[in-house]
Design a protein around this ligand. Structure first.
Ligand code: CIZ
Length: 320
């Protein structure tokens, strides 16, 4: 293993900058150039993985950036559904996921069969699916959404009642933003955001009374009640960057905290205790990135019929 972890007081983990780590990073960059590959790192990735990326961001923006490049290969340092989204938007590129164990606890909460049964229970209602779903679920949906545009997507539909999957908390948050429609939400949730509980937030607020609380809408409504701002990963990044405030409590996965600390070293970012880490995101290690690029391992493949229908759901969202 190339990286040696150094835990910080706030619960984030930085890799020790050893010669072996730097050599692996350098080899990844050389190979990316030789093979005309673009490396994407989701904002929840380990710091040393973010450092080798061409683009860092949320899953949809990364997939769109990669689609705009003339790269032959996309290495997606993130989780499986994200690499699938990149493949949907770049069907002619080879998309690689460094470690196939990088699944998603939230995406696992609904299968295509369950999505079909959900629709059958409410005939005629449109199904909106969060991008955090597998391609086979997107294929059963009318339209996709992100945490940034979910309210806008729901608002754009002509129906008074809308099915939403898989995240009940994002569904509930959207319901508050769009009170004129009834949202019937699938009862899934993100296990990493689920561990964030109000007493932990209150304890962090007590420790940092002048800090603003920025929360992701995958947190429970009780947690969102305590937030000064609720937004997607990109929304939190933009808010923290633009705000004149100097101190922030960040209620989402540790990778975002790490990114904010690097981008704004003069500001102060805190978490809750314990700091939430997504185990799936952390499966992506530098050695796996190198191995998958070197050996073109773990290509993402999506059956054509699913590809066509899933892509349609994403394109409808992009048109909103
Ligand atoms: O789609 C993404 O990247 C995730 C996980 C959430 C977000 O808010 O960006």
């Amino acid at each position: 293993m190339t990286a040696i972890a150094l835990p910080a007081d706030d619960g984030t983990v930085e890799a020790k900058q050893t010669p072996a780590l730097r050599a692996t990073q350098q080899r990844i960059r050389e190979l990316a150039r030789e093979k005309n590959a673009v490396i994407l790192a989701h904002i929840y990735q380990r710091g040393e993985v973010q450092e080798v990326a061409d683009f860092i961001g949320d899953s949809l923006n990364l997939s769109r950036e990669a689609a705009r490049t003339s790269a032959d290969i996309i290495v997606f340092c993130g989780v499986h559904f994200m690499a699938e989204t990149a493949k949907l938007l770049s069907p002619n590129k080879l998309v690689l996921l460094p470690d196939m164990k990088a699944g998603c606890g939230l995406a696992d909460m609904i299968t295509a069969d369950q999505a079909r049964a959900f629709r059958a229970k409410y005939p005629g209602l449109p199904l909106v699916s969060y991008v955090n779903t597998y391609a086979e679920v997107k294929a059963e949906s009318d339209i996709c959404c992100t945490s940034t545009n979910a309210a806008k997507v729901v608002e754009s539909l002509p129906d008074d009642e809308v099915l939403f999957c898989p995240d009940r908390y994002l569904g509930g948050y959207v319901q508050k933003k769009v009170p004129n429609k009834k949202i019937i939400a699938w009862q899934g949730y993100c296990p990493t955001h689920f561990v964030i509980q109000p007493p932990m937030v209150l304890a962090s607020k007590k420790q940092h009374p002048d800090a603003l609380v920025l929360a992701h809408p995958e947190c429970s409504p009780e947690v969102l009640e305590l937030a000064d701002y609720v937004g997607s990963t990109q929304g939190i990044m933009d808010y923290a960057g633009a705000s004149p405030a100097q101190r922030f409590i960040i209620l989402t996965e540790a990778g975002l905290l790490l990114r904010l600390k690097r981008l704004h070293p003069h500001k102060h970012f805190y978490s809750i205790a314990p700091c939430p880490h997504c185990p799936y995101m952390k499966f992506i290690e530098l050695d796996a990135v190198l191995d998958c690029l070197e050996n073109e391992r773990n290509p993402i493949e999506i059956p054509t019929d699913i590809m066509i229908r899933a892509r349609r759901s994403i394109e409808r969202m992009m048109a909103v």
